[in-house]
Design a protein around this ligand. Structure first.
Ligand code: ZN
Ligand code: ZN
Length: 416
């Protein structure tokens, strides 16, 4: 990583539009509301623009917290062994306190997905575990939608070099910036209006699926014959959604998916991944898994199989599904043909399933259901939530009604 002048490769006007979209569409930041930003230190040009738009929108206090790749690697090189079981709980406690006081949260993604690929996997997993545990009080307020939150991306040079390995750094950054701007709809004349239209389309799709009340979805394609039972009282969501503080936010920018909760005990058959999954610095490719009674009983991959099986052993819920999502093959991110090695982008290029934790929001009246009720309706729980891609232009999807009759949902990767 270095502080190459970004201005040469990242269009400043579009970067400013991305900041405006993050504040006005992503967060819908309210007058007087505080904002907590987390970002890689290279993303500081975007952080400054977001901070400007936040104060222009009447923000209370805006605070930013930075991560730095070189400093992270220094820990792995020089840090004492005991340090890998520790995490900055005091910082996360402070964030949890801010969210309890209705602060909004904005995360800028763009870390090098392969940063830790050369490091001791034991230390990586210990550090991740310590961090997940310490972060839990703050993360729960985000994942339970207590507050409005948003993630946008910045073309970090180390990420750009991974996506475009054959280009010099400045060109790679320019190409990634262009792809981020297109996917985030900030290359259009009126990005705010474009987002309103996009949200309306996603709402229409989820309303149709909610009206169908399918009991299962059946995926069929090369290496895939999978029946995903849907949770009892599941609800489809997509695009903008209202947080418990009453503010309607767009948590992910970009987003192309409509998604719901599968039934943790009712998934049968086999499925093959259609894109590689990058997980904690490891690439897991050509995943093939077999489900019985909702549980993965066999998992293979041509690359990263060891890491995949380690992930599946995290806890009982790690072998079961917590999300199923539909994305047309013609989505702009998929059409770009770029593999981003970043879930925020890659999951929006393809239909996907996620191992692990479900979203309580994806149940009718989910906010008022207890953990026991969610479980009884088929909701899965786990420390992990890992999305991986199973859609392509060769996959057909049927909706299955409780009486066994079928309705075409997607044909060759497109809405039927
Ligand atoms: Zn998803
Ligand atoms: Zn997910």
């Amino acid at each position: 990583m270095n502080f190459m002048p970004q201005g040469h490769s990242v269009d400043p006007v579009k970067l400013d539009k991305l900041a405006e979209v993050a504040v006005k569409v992503g967060l819908q930041l309210q007058k007087g509301q505080d904002l907590v930003i987390t970002a890689p230190v290279v993303a500081i040009p975007l952080v400054r623009l977001i901070t400007k738009h936040a104060y222009q929108a009447g923000a209370g206090l805006v605070n930013s917290f930075y991560s730095d790749e070189e400093s992270t690697l220094a820990r792995y090189q020089y840090g004492s062994d005991e340090s890998f079981d520790r995490a900055s709980g005091w910082l996360y406690d402070g964030m949890a306190k801010a969210y309890a006081n209705n602060a909004a949260r904005l995360a800028i993604a763009g870390d090098n997905p392969m940063l830790l690929s050369e490091q001791d996997p034991g230390k990586v997993s210990r550090a991740n575990r310590a961090n997940s545990t310490a972060y839990k009080p703050a993360l729960e307020k985000i994942s339970n939608f207590d507050i409005n939150w948003n993630i946008v991306s910045y073309p970090n040079p180390s990420w750009a070099k991974l996506v475009f390995p054959n280009d010099p750094e400045a060109i790679a950054v320019a190409k990634l910036a262009k792809a981020i701007f297109a996917a985030s709809r900030v290359d259009l004349d009126d990005p705010i209006a474009a987002w309103a239209e996009h949200n309306a389309n996603l709402r229409k799709r989820s309303a149709w699926l909610n009206g169908q009340r399918f009991s299962a979805l059946h995926f069929q394609g090369p290496g895939t014959d999978l029946t995903v039972g849907l949770a009892d009282g599941h609800e489809w969501h997509g695009g903008a959604s209202m947080a418990k503080n009453g503010i309607t936010c767009n948590p992910n920018i970009p987003t192309e998916e409509v998604f719901t909760t599968p039934h943790a005990l009712r998934v049968e058959g086999h499925v093959s991944s259609t894109k590689p999954l990058s997980h904690q610095g490891t690439l897991i490719d050509n995943i093939q898994v077999h489900f019985e009674g909702g549980r993965i009983v066999e998992a293979k991959a041509t690359r990263g199989a060891e890491v995949l099986n380690k992930v599946l052993d995290t806890d009982e819920g790690a072998r079961r599904l917590g999300e199923v999502a539909l994305v047309p093959h013609s989505s702009p991110i998929s059409a770009s043909g770029i593999l981003f090695y970043n879930t925020l982008f890659d999951e929006n290029a393809s239909c996907h399933i996620a191992l692990g934790q479900c979203y309580s929001k994806c149940f009718l009246d989910g906010a008022n259901l207890t953990q026991d009720q969610l479980k009884a309706q088929g909701g899965n729980s786990s420390l992990i939530h890992i999305d991986w891609m199973i859609g392509s232009d060769k996959v057909d999807i049927d909706g299955i009604n409780p009486d066994g009759s079928r309705v075409p949902v997607m044909r060759k990767g497109e809405w039927a």
